[in-house]
Design a protein around this ligand. Structure first.
Ligand code: AMP
Length: 279
């Protein structure tokens, strides 16, 4: 049975019971408007944990752009139906006042890995993410937290947060789920026009081509420039970055023996798309 809970007090009560019975508790934090990417996290959590909580909370603190927050899709009933289908035990949908009550003044700020790329382009975004993730771990008392590689930098921020604050949570990073044409699934994809949706897979295609070029000896700058040119030629409005980074620190690639990640952000149809791949 799937229950929807809205208060921290009710959630704690339920989790206390589960823990007394010795269950491993998993949490899948989301902002709702669920798609197969989110559901893959929930299914993995179900496979690995005795009890699973999916949280649905459009966290105002992680939106640097008020218009993006206003336009963020909200589909709670459909989301709950999907989660019932997957069999998660609890859907936690708190109101903003439940998460940030009067008097709330704490910010969790992860240094280093939060700073480049999304950190530069979306000021305050990762403080909002780290704060809400720390709170969700505290509220749910989860043993395992499930996050998508789709938001690669976010996943590194969460790993760092848990390590630095000795949180008793195992962070599990799950593969990016894509539409058949390669576009990474995202709640924001519904905001693309039909024409934009046709063009959108060009980002992933250009990234794959750039990774092949780089591996076959094309210099980093040139490979990335070719990818940017390919995406712009497809009709994207702009490319914020297509870059190679150290997969864990998100710093520049200095040691070719460490894992390398290609990360990208680009605008199409007034929608900001992000993606990343292993190189
Ligand atoms: P969001 O609702 O966008 O905050 O995403 C909630 C979680 O789902 C995050 O850990 C995301 O990384 C993950 N996620 C979003 N899209 C995908 C995807 N296409 N594949 C895998 N995980 C995803």
């Amino acid at each position: 049975m799937t229950v929807i809970l809205r208060t921290v007090a009710e959630l704690r009560e339920v989790v206390r019971g589960w823990k007394a019975e010795g269950h491993v508790v998993g949490v899948v934090p989301t902002m709702g408007a669920l798609h197969d990417g989110h559901l893959s996290l929930a299914r993995r959590a179900k496979a690995e944990c005795g009890r699973v909580i999916t949280t649905i909370f459009v966290n105002p603190k992680q939106f640097n752009n008020p218009d993006d927050l206003k336009k963020y899709p909200r589909t709670e009933e459909a989301d709950a139906a999907l989660l019932r289908w997957v069999g998660v035990e609890v859907v936690f949908c708190p109101a903003p006042e439940e998460v940030y009550p009067q008097g709330f003044v704490t910010t969790v700020s992860v240094g280093g890995v939060s700073q480049p790329l999304e950190g530069e382009l979306r000021p305050g975004h990762f403080d909002g993410v780290a704060t809400v993730v720390a709170k969700l771990f505290g509220m749910t008392q989860a043993d395992r937290g499930y996050f998508g590689q789709k938001d690669w930098q976010q996943l590194q921020v969460v790993q760092r947060l848990v390590a630095d604050l000795n949180m008793a949570v195992t962070v599990v990073g799950c593969e990016t789920v894509r539409d058949p044409d390669g576009l990474a699934m995202s709640s924001r994809n519904v905001r693309l026009t039909a024409a934009g949706r046709q063009k959108a897979p060009a980002l992933y295609a250009a990234m794959l081509a750039a990774a092949r070029d780089f591996r076959s000896g094309v210099p980093e700058q040139e490979a990335m420039a070719r990818a940017t040119a390919a995406v712009m030629a497809e009709g994207f409005e702009s490319v914020e970055y297509i870059e190679l980074r150290d997969a864990e620190t998100l710093g520049p690639v200095t040691d070719a023996d460490r894992p390398i990640r290609m990360l990208a952000a680009a605008w199409l149809d007034g929608v900001r798309l992000i993606d990343n791949i292993a190189v």
